[in-house]
Design a protein around this ligand. Structure first.
Ligand SMILES: Cc1cc2nc3c(=O)[nH]c(=O)nc-3n(C[C@H](O)[C@H](O)[C@H](O)COP(=O)(O)OP(=O)(O)OC[C@H]3O[C@@H](n4cnc5c(N)ncnc54)[C@H](O)[C@@H]3O)c2cc1C
Length: 371
């Protein structure tokens, strides 16, 4: 296939991975990213064996693993704090770990550097003020007044995707799930080397993400999707953890700095119809965003990017590649979105409480399949 000029809108996890995968195949890639480089949340992200495998396929396993903290099992605790299961996680590539905690800024650094090495041009602080699919090309006008013409455009601009609005103006907006998540970085206690998940109506997890740090997350019901001022966030987060296991309550005492609490409402969207229109295609949260209960949103965006690049390299016509890409991704992404929402609804009392160990094992078995 001809070496296309590709505009990637959004330099997040999916967009940067697309830039790497496409750049490595010789495509001419430009990434525009709205944020000026300081927009990434300072907390961590947990990722599973399928991510290590996908990044390994791009030659990044070494760098990626070195930038985070690898762990080989997940410990599941009852709400009261007793250990109920220690679930080993199986690596999918020889010599590399199965699961990772990694600070989000470190993940973005690894992906950004690799994208530039793959030849991509990254333009931080830039948005498109106009994008038009002219049939044989996608023409864009950028916020700095420059213009560009591309063979295709990839909307990797996250859950509130403007590219989705552009090509599917009638698509539903993301829906608030009734739950929000609170996150906070803490020093890593000596010997803390596995992810810990606490079952219960307030889902709590502790994830090692570097030799120095872990992060704590707590998913809580937040009826009406309230907006909180920064002042008082630490006290609110501690309050939410007051009914949790003693070990969590003890850790919660160290949540003291309002500005370091990262609070996010949890919203979801899944587009089950086409994922492209003409020469514009979507990936990642723009097309399937869910709650973080399985820790797979970023993983799905990364896998989308890899599959999209493979299909673009395989097909002469972009639209054939886009159709083949969606066919390979749809059911896998649907599973992650729906299973995550099931866990969320269970915690909210809107459905049966889902056993995290079982849901994790089911997910690992499915995601071990080739992408
Ligand atoms: C609270 C929370 C915790 C999570 N925890 C995990 C986890 O532990 N593990 C996991 O795998 N996933 C997790 N996720 C999900 C994960 O963060 C997302 O699935 C992932 O970031 C999606 O990647 P993306 O590239 O599609 O979108 P994003 O990472 O959101 O990137 C979109 C990018 O596009 C940029 N952008 C937006 N609009 C424009 C525009 N008009 N022009 C240019 N740029 C634009 C944004 O600035 C952003 O950089 C979590 C999500 C939430 C909300």
């Amino acid at each position: 296939m001809k070496q296309l000029r590709v505009l990637v809108v959004g330099g997040g996890i999916g967009g940067l991975t697309a830039a790497i995968a496409l750049g490595q195949r010789g495509f001419d890639v430009t990434v525009i990213e709205r944020s000026d480089g300081n927009g990434v949340e300072g907390v961590g992200i947990s990722q599973q064996a399928n991510v290590v495998r996908a990044l390994g396929g791009l030659g990044l396993a070494e760098e990626y693993v070195a930038a985070g903290f690898a762990y080989r099992w997940t410990e599941i605790y009852a709400p009261g704090g007793s250990l109920v299961a220690r679930v080993p996680v199986r690596s999918l590539i020889e010599g590399y770990p199965a699961s990772m905690g990694i600070p989000r800024p470190a993940l973005h650094r690894v992906l950004g550097q690799a994208a530039r090495r793959a030849g991509a041009t990254i333009r931080p602080g830039t948005v498109a003020t106009g994008i038009a699919d002219a049939g044989s090309a996608v023409n864009a006008v950028f916020s700095d007044g420059t213009e560009g013409s591309f063979d295709i455009a990839v909307g990797a601009d996250g859950i509130y995707s403007q590219m989705r609005k552009l090509i599917f103006p009638r698509a539903p907006d993301p829906e608030f799930t009734g739950q929000s998540v609170w996150r906070y970085n803490l020093p890593r206690p000596k010997g803390f080397d596995a992810m810990q998940v606490y079952n219960g109506p307030t889902g709590v997890g502790l994830v090692p993400m570097s030799d120095e740090h872990i992060y704590l997350y707590a998913t809580t019901p937040e009826a009406g999707n309230p907006v909180f001022p920064t002042e008082g966030l630490a006290a609110r987060m501690r309050e939410r953890l007051a009914g949790c296991a003693p070990a969590i309550r003890e850790i919660a005492e160290r949540i003291t700095e309002d500005a370091k609490v990262v609070y996010r409402p949890l919203e979801a969207i899944f587009i089950s119809g086409p994922w492209h229109k003409g020469r514009i295609v979507l990936l990642g949260d723009a097309i399937h965003a869910t709650t973080p209960h399985l820790g797979q949103g970023g993983g799905m965006a990364i896998e989308d990017a890899v599959v999209l690049a493979e299909e673009l390299a395989r097909h002469a016509e972009p639209e054939d590649a886009f159709t083949a890409y969606r066919a390979r991704r749809l059911e896998r992404c649907r599973f992650v979105v729906e299973k995550s929402l099931e866990i969320c609804r269970g915690q909210l009392g809107l459905g049966p409480l889902i056993d995290n160990a079982r849901a994790g094992a089911e997910m690992n078995a499915l995601l071990a399949q080739p992408i």
